[in-house]
Design a protein around this ligand. Sequence first.
Ligand code: ZN
Length: 368
Amino acid sequence: MTTPPHHPTRSPYLEGLRCIQCDERHPVADRPRGCPSCAARGRNSNLFCVYADAAPADQRYPYLEVPALGQGETPMLPVDGQPNVWVKNEAANPTGSHKDRFSAFATAHARACGYRGVVIGSSGNAGLSMAAYAAAAGLRCTVAGFDSLPDRVRSYLTGFGAEVRTFATDRERVALVEELAAAPDTLAVSNITHPVVGSSCFGIEGYKRISWEIADRAPEPVRHVILPSSRGDLAWGVHRGFAEVAEQRGLPVPRLHLVEPYPRLSAVLDGASLTDRFPGDFGRLSSIAGDGTTVQAHRAVTRSKGSAVVVSDAVADEWFSRLCRRGHVWERSSATVFAALDTLRARGRLTEGEPTVLIATSHLFKGF
Ligand SMILES: [Zn+2]
């Protein structure tokens, strides 16, 4: 067990932030609305951390110490009957999802900047993870969720010491996050804008380790990565990680294929605007719900020469049942990546035998 860092050390190599969309550089600061220049044009975009060229790979993270509850180094499992296909099991993280990697860095950032509390607009995997890591870091945590919050999840959140507030609509939920984050001692770690920006760029850096772990364990360079996606936090972090792997090891950057429950990013890739809203039915795929997409999701796909894949709730259900019968404990949104593999092969975008990793993002036993 590790004592939470009191003042996490910022990487001496962190030089600033850069806009994903317009490339403008900004000093290190909290910008929950993303790049100010892009926001002024109504074309919101997240930022990402940039490091000095001399930074070694293990110091290309904003903080060198983060709350450690055992996140990361998750297993990579071979898929039966599918040569060169593996599942990166992110459900093996402490609170059962990839979000723990984000929460570790977001709470380190909050501590380092002297915040006393964090507020997050999610009562799903992200809220649960943030509540645990805020507790580990000694921060207050407010979770803004929906009225449909299952009792068992509420009990986990309050068990971690979080204050839980629930609302009927997303608009009300975001309004609370915005209101609380107006206090100088409270940091918002989830999106508060439309068009959607995404989450804290300091937290997203935590996802880069997934790419390094995949590169370290795969017996040959991975060509495709398939992952569930809503607003592209994970996709952007994984893409940045692979870009660093490529630079350090001279390997190709794998194509990222983002799975969504109905066309949002797919619509943008077909010509719709990134600032549009895309209302639709996500069924029980609540972890990848939402009616907007983001610049970061779009760039993760276009820069990696990947694609977006739609997997409906009904198809996800079939795969979910099939995986459960094999003893796998992943939630429905994680089952979508298996269906997407079939779709990509049928489209000729991915051929059998090409090294491919599916990211299973979350554990089943949380009641979402
Ligand atoms: Zn910009």
